[in-house]
Write a new protein. Structure first.
Length: 804
């Protein structure tokens, strides 16, 4: 479809801009459509009003000669032609719309000329009757044919295939109604008259009815096109004025000529002018409204049907009845189509509502009922006979997400949901509560919850998903009688799950009275932990690392302690897991990191790099996943002035195996000069590939491989077997140029045996217990040679041991 823009170059003041076809859809509606003038409407309405007043006055008082009745119609048609010409000249429009209005201009010009010539001939023969319309009739017929062509060719916009049948039914109903009225009003009276109509009257009435029928049918139930729909209807209805005049003249003769000329014919040009004004002011708006025309057509057809039934019937009357029945059947078919469409829409709406309801109550990933639906069913069960709730949590699922990616994690959750659905079957309602937490609602008292949970944990312990991952799950069971509060049951099941996790995972526990007390105590400890961080209740102690060959301190491991105002010293075994679960391990670890860097920088400045070679805080997996962790380390080093090579971050093997984010952070820290120590080596997933991929500098042998290492005779088979792991670690570290530290040395025999195996650094209570910074300072001062110690710190006696 072409668009149009104004070409105003070269136009003077008041000049009318011309239009050139361009693809210029950027023009606004107000730019393309100047305001519609109303003078043409006022002029035509004035002509029609004066003509009707003159006719009424003539009937009442006999005012004026009847010949004046022939003047309004040609004058009104001339005004209509001027209005159409102005529309074509001033309004940019689509080529198809322009062609339509050009044909309507031909209609108005032909009608104005034809009626004007007939008016002149009538004046010339007055007071005799009007002459035969030998010249005006061809002009009128040519105009009507032009209008019919315009209405047939006007484009009315695109419709989809679903609406096409409705449109054809609507058009068939409208066209059938017009033909029925034509037969009733024209054909039947013509058949009943003793003297037939003239051929001109028949042609005039037939063409105008066809013109109106085509125009009305063309604009039934369409979305609109380049020509306004209402304007097309007004143009189509304008022909009815000529049809009515032709029928009056043919039926009643010259006696109806004055009525037709003065009252009926001027309405045709008036409708044309109204159509012009409508198209002009519509501003290209395209609206689609439901068409009432088929139903109005049925009502209109019922009138001749009723009249015909009470009159003697001839073949035209029977034709009216047949056509009326046909129109009614078509309207019924149209109504049936509408009924089918309404049913389809209602069905689609119900399906949409069902989908929305399903989406609102089911998990999008697994398709299982979500927490909301689970709680709704649980509430209903507790209101009836009671229920059992099983909460299932995947062990270490976060490791899968962090090491293999969320896509693999999603596949695993889907596989777990499928296994859960298949295992539970009709015994209960499986649901996903969120994350890696699932639940099963059991309402049948005949179902043994313990057996069901055993089957679930067994199935989930196998290889799952297309990635064949081995997983384990923990579960908590809680049973409640009818009337129990919903949140109480869920809390009991959560408590049982927590107890199962504490017993080593891959386990299940049924809730028992009193089991909630440790959980509540744990929650209370978490709240106090947050307060303790804010109030500065935590302090850092240091356990020295000792050179086993020289018995000298060369570094320290930083450990955190909590001096609770009412509990006293809280064990790290109690508060570190709580800090991990609550996320407080991140700010707590940040505090330990900054304090360690500050204290190590002070020792380095006081004793030199030969004495203080390393200071290492422990780092949890949660800290490594903190996106600000690397920046925290960088800031701690910068604020304290400690060189990066003196900081050793101690990491567990499980923390290292946590995906790309952790790997990037570790390599970035290594690039800063920070050394990384692999703590508790040998207890987890230790492998040569881990040491090659991980930028470690130090390997710390776990205490479990140190315990009992001194019990067997050196060189005996039992000693060789007990020392195998320790020997393998030292050999592997030597091959990779890594330092080694033996942890958990409890006596001198263990220290000596490890020294013989090649371990040069050790750590344990035998060598030195964790101590305050002041105690470490005294120990470092004691082991310094007298000639290197500052004068103000020279002790009375030098001790070169590292006794605690």
């Amino acid at each position: 479809m072409h668009a149009y823009i104004f070409r105003a170059a070269g136009c003077g003041a008041g000049a009318i801009p011309t239009v050139t076809p361009r693809t210029a859809d950027f023009l606004s509606v107000t730019d393309r459509w100047p305001p519609a003038p109303r003078r043409y409407v006022y002029a035509t309405c004035g002509i029609v009003a004066l003509s009707m007043l003159w006719y009424v006055a003539g009937l009442l008082v006999g005012a004026g000669p009847e010949i004046l009745a022939y003047l309004p119609a040609p004058i009104a048609s001339a005004v209509g032609a001027v209005a159409v010409a102005a529309l074509l000249r001033k309004i940019p429009m689509d080529p198809a719309a322009r062609q339509f209005w050009r044909l309507i201009l031909v209609l108005e010009v032909c009608v104005a000329l034809g009626r004007g010539i007939f008016c002149v001939q009538t004046f010339a023969t007055y007071p005799a009757g009007p002459p035969a319309p030998l010249i005006s009739m061809p002009l009128l017929l040519a105009g009507l044919l032009a209008a019919i062509v315009a209405l047939c060719r006007v484009p009315l916009g695109r419709v989809d295939r679903a609406d096409r049948w409705k449109q054809w039914l609507d058009r068939a109903v409208a066209f059938g109604g017009c033909i029925t009225l034509f037969v009733f009003a024209v054909v039947a009276p013509l058949h009943h008259r003793p003297d037939p109509w003239s051929m001109g009257a028949v042609l005039m009435a037939g063409l105008t009815v066809v013109m109106s029928a085509i125009g009305i049918c063309r604009v039934v139930s369409v979305p609109g096109g380049p020509v306004d729909r209402v304007a097309v209807r007004l143009v189509a209805c304008s022909g009815l004025a000529t049809a009515v005049y032709a029928m009056l003249n043919a039926q009643f003769g010259a006696g109806a000529a004055t009525l037709g000329q003065a009252v009926v014919l001027p309405f045709g040009p008036l409708l044309i002018v109204l159509a012009v004004h409508r198209h002009w002011s519509a501003a290209g708006a395209r609206t689609q409204r439901e068409s009432w025309l088929p139903y109005l057509t049925v009502l209109a057809v019922d009138v001749p049907l009723v009249v015909t039934v009470f009159l003697p019937m001839h073949w035209p009357d029977r034709l009216v009845v047949v056509l009326a029945v046909a129109v009614t059947l078509l309207a019924t078919a149209r109504q049936f189509v509408a009924y089918r469409e309404n049913r389809r829409l209602i069905r689609a709406q119900r399906e949409s509502e069902e989908r929305l309801r399903h989406d609102a109550t089911h998990d999008a990933l697994t398709g299982l009922p979500n927490r909301g639906l689970f709680r709704e069913r649980l509430a209903a069960a507790l209101g009836a006979e009671g229920a059992t709730v099983v909460i299932v949590d995947l062990d270490d699922f976060r490791t899968v997400n962090e090491s293999l990616g969320h896509e693999v994690g999603d596949d695993l959750l889907i596989a777990v949901a499928e296994e859960l659905r298949a295992t539970v079957g009709s015994a209960g309602l499986p649901a996903r509560l969120g994350g890696d937490e699932f639940a099963v609602l059991v309402t049948d008292p005949e179902v043994c919850a313990e057996d069901l949970v055993a089957r679930i944990t067994t199935v989930l312990g196998g290889s799952l998903s297309r990635h064949r991952l081995l997983m384990h799950a923990s579960a908590g069971i809680a049973t409640a009688p009818a009337g129990t509060a919903l949140d109480h049951v869920m809390r009991d099941a959560d408590t049982a799950l927590h107890a199962a996790k504490q017993r080593g995972k891959d386990n299940w526990v049924r809730f028992a009275a009193g089991m909630e007390r440790p959980v509540h105590a744990d929650a209370q400890l978490g709240a106090e932990l947050r307060r303790g961080l804010d109030d500065g209740e935590f302090r850092v102690v240091y356990q020295p690392l000792v050179d086993l060959n020289r018995n000298l301190v060369t570094g320290v491991e930083a450990l955190v302690r909590w001096a609770h105002p009412t509990r006293g010293m809280v064990s790290p075994a109690d508060f570190i897991p709580v800090a991990e679960r609550t996320g407080l391990i991140v700010p707590l670890g940040r505090f330990v990191l900054r304090e360690t860097c500050r204290q190590a920088a002070a020792w380095l400045a006081e004793f030199g790099p030969e004495v203080v070679q390393k200071a290492g805080p422990n780092v949890s997996a949660r800290q490594l996943h903190d996106p600000d962790f690397v920046d925290d380390v960088r800031a701690a080093l910068a604020d304290s002035g400690l060189p990066g090579e003196f900081l050793v971050l101690e990491l567990t093997e499980s923390a290292v195996l946590r995906g790309q984010q952790v790997s990037r952070a570790l390599h970035e820290l290594h690039g800063m000069g920070v050394r990384l120590a692999l703590d508790d080596f040998g207890t987890g997933e230790s492998s040569l590939s881990l040491l090659r991929a991980f930028p470690a500098s130090i390997v710390k042998l776990d205490k479990s491989f140190v315990d009992g290492i001194e019990l067997d005779e050196p060189g005996s088979p039992a000693a060789m077997a007990r020392q195998a792991v320790a020997r393998a670690v030292i050999q592997m570290a030597g091959a990779l140029d890594l330092d080694t530290v033996a942890e958990g040395i409890e006596n001198a025999e263990q220290a000596e045996r490890l020294r013989q195996l090649g371990y040069s650094l050790g750590q344990g209570f035998h060598l030195a217990k964790p101590m305050s910074p002041e105690a470490v300072t005294r120990m470092l001062a004691d082991q310094m040679p007298a000639d290197q110690m500052p004068a103000d710190q020279m002790p009375a006696d030098q001790h070169h041991t590292a006794a605690a």
